[in-house]
Design a protein around this ligand. Structure first.
Ligand code: MG
Length: 243
């Protein structure tokens, strides 16, 4: 009998010697995490804003005094001034982030002036917030875009004044000690529960002018953008660290 024939004879025997338990993994056991409802934060989430205070946040500008306010309804309302971002005091790497937001019912502004905000991961990678309900703009800058890098797969925008949500899975990029990017970052994003980005590779910083930049950095804050001209409201912001 040739060697090849012997191998084919023994392969079925080897397979039948295996047992189901050979491919069972019993540890480490995943941590127990719960939610009381689909809209509630998981038990291991860091609550960044629940309507009560801004203790987890600071202004991104030099004096750090935030002009963002909590209104009488317990919603965080943006400053309305260009460039006045509010950011977490804590720095984050890879995260799962939940943000609920509402565009203004005041719809006289158009294009990028109509309830423009944004969620910045590590202070530099923006998922656009905008009123994109029947309000045209460049599509790589509409609501849900990875700003000027990826157009959302669909436009899941709700009407002005209706609450919306982002669930963002951010896989942070990595840089070596020489400042070279050794691993790209990735975004997976759900807008109102609908998948709009499926593990897209972040090309670098989400610049308004010019190409993305890839300057080495470590963990960074989660920031919310203030942008002229109509305001955006926020509620229920929580994050789970994935590092
Ligand atoms: Mg924006």
């Amino acid at each position: 009998m040739r060697l090849k024939d012997l191998i084919f004879l023994f392969i079925p025997l080897l397979v039948t010697c295996q047992e189901a338990k050979d491919t069972e993994i019993w540890g480490p056991i995943p941590e127990e995490v719960y939610t009381i409802s689909d809209s509630a934060p998981p038990t291991d989430a860091i609550i960044l804003f629940d309507g009560s205070d801004l203790s987890k946040w600071e202004g991104s500008w030099s004096d750090k005094e935030s002009e963002w306010d909590i209104n009488d309804d317990g919603f965080l309302v943006n400053d309305g001034t260009d460039g006045r971002l509010i950011q977490t005091k804590e720095n984050f790497g890879s995260v799962q982030l939940h943000v609920e937001w509402k565009t203004s019912e005041y719809t006289s502004f158009t294009n990028q002036k109509r309830s423009n905000s944004g969620v910045f991961l590590q202070g530099r990678y923006e998922i656009q917030i905008l009123d994109s309900y029947k309000s045209p703009t460049y599509v790589n800058g509409q609501a849900g875009s990875v700003y000027k890098q990826y157009i959302p797969l669909v436009n899941a925008s709700r009407k002005p004044g209706e609450w919306q949500s982002y669930d963002i899975i951010f896989d942070a990029p990595k840089f070596d000690s020489d400042g070279n990017k050794i691993k790209s970052g990735y975004f997976t994003v759900f807008h109102n529960g609908i998948l709009i980005h499926n593990h897209v590779e972040i090309l670098g910083t989400t610049e308004n002018i010019g190409p993305p930049k890839n300057i080495a950095h470590g963990n960074g804050p989660i920031a919310l953008q203030s942008h002229c001209c109509s305001q955006v409201s926020f509620r229920n912001i929580w994050v789970r660290e994935l590092n």
